[in-house]
Structure formats: structure tokens, C-alpha cells
Design a protein around this ligand. Structure first.
Ligand code: HGY
Ligand code: MN
Ligand code: MN
Ligand code: MN
Length: 409
């Protein structure tokens, strides 16, 4: 066992190490025009990040294994031990996403291993660095796809058939039928720890570089398919139209209003229109509702209110609307004793989040905790997402101390 000080790390060294490693991945998948990231599951940038992951593991003598679902694991320690501490996050981004959402947790995990080794720590339990596939659901539509497959929350049949907008199936991109649930692998982990950039500004207001997560809001995605009658934009009288775009517009307004009424969050950030021509009244408009609330009941009420308003408006417009739940995540309460222990160890504040994470999926299967690193503006899922090197270094040192604590018998 080593003392806390052994892992204070000299901030300057850790900050330099962070910047060096961060610079290796920062250009990968970055859109030079916007500064945003286009890192989709198994797309060329993410494949390069997977290669980078393997190189980092190799440099540290950490053998890499896969789980047959697209998730990667690099291990430091006894290959047969069944009490490994898993830490990591995801590489993929939303379209034009930020640099830190996901990769920060993987880079910090490798650097935390370096910190432990530099402090002469030989953990009693193995430490495993993980990279989960398709956390954002930006390519195949289901968030946390990799961790849901690993835990059995999603079947290989459902996943194999998920297609991207080019019609490529997940199984094709993976190069095989997904293996699905791997209880054998999960049984080998004693805990999971995800470090993630904060997607909000609580840590700015708390004036702290790192926090421990307490919970993830219930949230989900619902697809609204609205169909009408395609027609000529110029010759069709307004009274004769059955325009799904009109129903869609009212649905978005209703979602915004119903969320505000309930202190919940509702976003329609993705739409597809057929035939998508300037001079044609559409035949179909599809919109995806992302809805989140602090309680399950509020979330269910919100979604039902939006659905009812859409159906009511469709009746007036002579259109049809159908609503399909594409993914739903119940309230996640992280392991309170583990979280409390880490908050004490780090002397860090605790806070909930409305952002989904692989940790939210694994929390149902392993003692799980999350560390958040301060985000100066709170902005995320945007090229403007940021974090300072000093705070990222503080996150690395915090992660190293937590790993040392959890990996000690
Ligand atoms: O959408 C989310 O909450 C997460 O950033 N994937
Ligand atoms: Mn995200
Ligand atoms: Mn994320
Ligand atoms: Mn014409």
C-alpha cells in the first residue's frame, strides 16, 4: 500500500504527460473546418483510435482482448484473477462532437496506469482499461450499444440488424455477428470506474476540478414517424394539404413546452424528410425526441404528453403519427458506498448528471462509479467542448488514486 502523497503526482509532470498523449489523438477524426469530431463506430477515425489503443497497451505490456461486441480491454496484472478493476470510456462522438467526451476517460486511464507505476504501486488486483463501442449511438442509433451487448441489455439479434444511414448493418461493420452477453467477462471485474468530462458547469460553480457522480437521469429516444400526402408546393391549395412538416413543427413546440412545464429536458435534434425537396410537400417527416427528467414518472408523463399533442395535431392536419421507443435508460443510482468512499478519498463534491454513459449500463452489473472533470463552459456535444490540461491532469491523478484504492486488497 502506498501513501496518498505518493500519488499526488507532480502536477507539472502529469500535465505534460497528459498533453503529450492527448496530442497523439486530438487530430484523429477532427473536422478542420469546424474543429468538431466525426468519430463513428468502426469508421476510419475510430479504427485509427483503436490502433492507438493497441499501441498504448503494447507500450505498457498490457495484452488486449475483445469481447466479440466491438469493445476492447487492455489488462495490467494477473490474467486469471477475477477481481480486476475496469476503467475506461468510449472513442466515438456525436457528429461535430467535442474532443473530450469519451476519449478523455481512455487517455486518463492509460496515464493513471503510468502514474501508479511511476509511484511504484503494484496493485493487488489487475487494472483493465476498456474502450466501449458506439456509446453515442451516432451511427447505429442505439446509445451504449457496446456496453448493452456486453451486459445482455440488448440482444445480438437486435444489434446485428441495426443499420446506419448508408444501410450498413452493425454486424457488417463489426465484421461478425456480435457475441452478445459475456457474463464470463463481467464476472472477472470487481468494479468499473469511468472518468468523463463534465457535460455541464456544476464544477465551475463549485470551483472544483473533479467530482464523483451520484446518478444519471432517466432518459431515452423516441422516433416520431409522421406521414402525409406528397404534393406540389406551388399548385396545392393550403386548405387541401396534408403536410407532415406542419405536424412535426407543432410536435417540436409541444416537446419544448411540456419539458419546461416539468423541469425536464426535451430535444429534437435529428430529422429526416421524404422526398426532401424544396418544391414538394413532404410525404413523411421523421423526428427523434431525446427526453430526460430527474424522475421516471416525470419522463413517462413528458413523453406521453408530447405523443398526445402530436396525435391531436395530426388529426387536425389530416396526417398520421406513430411513435417508437428506440432506447430507454432508467434512473441510474451509482453505488452510494463506493461513491461516498471516493468522494472522501478525493475530497471531491458529488453531483448527478443528465448525460448517459456506459457506466450507467454497467452499474446494473458491477459496483460502478464515475469521476467528472471540470468543463469551463459546460458545453458538450459541440466543437466548443473544452477542458484545461491542468484539470485533466487533476483527473488523471484522482483516477490513479482511486484505482490504487480499489485495486488494493
Ligand atoms: O447522450 C448522452 O447523454 C451521452 O453523451 N451519450
Ligand atoms: Mn456524449
Ligand atoms: Mn460520453
Ligand atoms: Mn415541376
Amino acid at each position: 500500500m502506498f501513501t496518498k502523497n505518493a500519488l499526488q503526482g507532480t502536477p507539472a509532470t502529469t500535465t505534460t504527460r497528459f498533453r503529450d498523449l492527448w496530442d497523439e489523438i486530438a487530430p484523429i477524426g477532427r473536422d478542420a473546418r469546424t474543429g468538431g469530431y466525426l468519430r463513428y463506430a468502426f469508421g476510419e477515425p475510430e479504427r485509427r483510435l483503436r490502433e492507438w489503443f493497441r499501441t498504448q497497451a503494447e507500450r505498457r505490456g498490457m495484452p488486449v482482448t475483445g469481447d466479440g461486441n466491438g469493445n476492447l480491454f487492455a489488462r495490467w496484472g494477473d490474467p486469471d484473477a477475477t477481481d480486476a478493476v475496469l476503467t475506461g470510456s468510449h472513442f466515438d462522438s456525436v457528429p461535430q462532437g467535442g474532443a473530450y467526451d469519451g476519449p478523455l476517460g481512455i487517455v486518463s486511464a492509460f496515464l493513471a496506469v503510468d502514474e501508479l507505476r511511476a509511484a511504484g504501486v503494484a496493485p493487488d488486483r489487475p487494472i483493465v482499461v476498456g474502450a466501449f463501442v458506439e456509446e453515442e449511438g451516432a451511427r447505429f442509433g442505439v446509445p451504449c450499444l457496446g456496453s448493452r451487448l456486453l451486459t445482455g441489455a440488448l440482444t445480438p439479434e437486435r444489434a446485428a440488424g441495426l443499420r446506419d444511414t448508408d444501410g450498413v448493418a452493425f454486424a457488417e461493420a463489426l465484421g461478425d455477428r456480435p457475441a452478445g452477453a459475456r457474463p464470463d467477462l463481467l464476472a472477472g471485474f470487481a468494479a468499473f470506474l469511468e472518468l468523463h468530462v463534465e457535460q455541464g458547469r456544476a464544477l465551475v460553480d463549485l470551483d472544483a476540478p473533479v467530482a464523483v457522480a451520484t446518478a444519471i437521469w432517466p432518459h431515452g429516444r423516441w422516433r416520431f414517424d409522421i406521414t402525409g400526402e406528397p404534393n406540389h408546393a406551388g399548385t396545392t391549395r393550403m386548405a387541401d394539404r396534408r403536410d407532415p412538416m406542419l405536424t412535426y413543427a407543432f410536435t417540436v413546440l409541444a416537446a419544448n413546452k411540456e419539458a419546461r412545464l416539468r423541469g425536464a429536458h426535451a430535444t429534437v435534434g435529428r430529422i429526416s424528410v421524404e422526398p426532401n425537396a424544396t418544391n414538394a410537400v413532404p410525404s413523411r417527416v421523421t423526428g427523434w425526441l431525446d427526453a430526460r427528467a430527474a424522475e421516471e414518472g416525470t419522463l413517462a408523463e413528458l413523453v406521453e404528453a408530447v405523443r398526445a399533442k402530436a396525435v391531436e395535431r395530426a388529426r387536425r392536419d389530416g396526417t398520421e403519427v406513430s411513435v417508437t421507443e428506440e432506447s430507454a435508460t432508467p434512473l441510474v443510482g451509482f453505488d452510494a458506498s463506493l461513491g461516498g468512499r471516493l468522494a472522501t478519498l478525493l475530497d471531491a463534491p458529488t453531483l448527478p448528471t443528465a448525460a448517459g454513459h456506459d457506466a450507467g449500463v454497467l452499474a446494473g452489473h458491477l459496483p460502478t462509479a464515475m469521476l467528472f472533470v471540470r468543463n469551463p463552459t459546460g458545453v458538450s456535444h459541440s466543437p466548443a467542448e473544452s477542458a484545461t490540461d491542468a484539470d485533466c491532469a487533476a483527473g488523471v491523478t484522482a483516477l490513479a488514486r482511486v484505482l490504487a484504492e480499489l485495486a488494493a486488497d
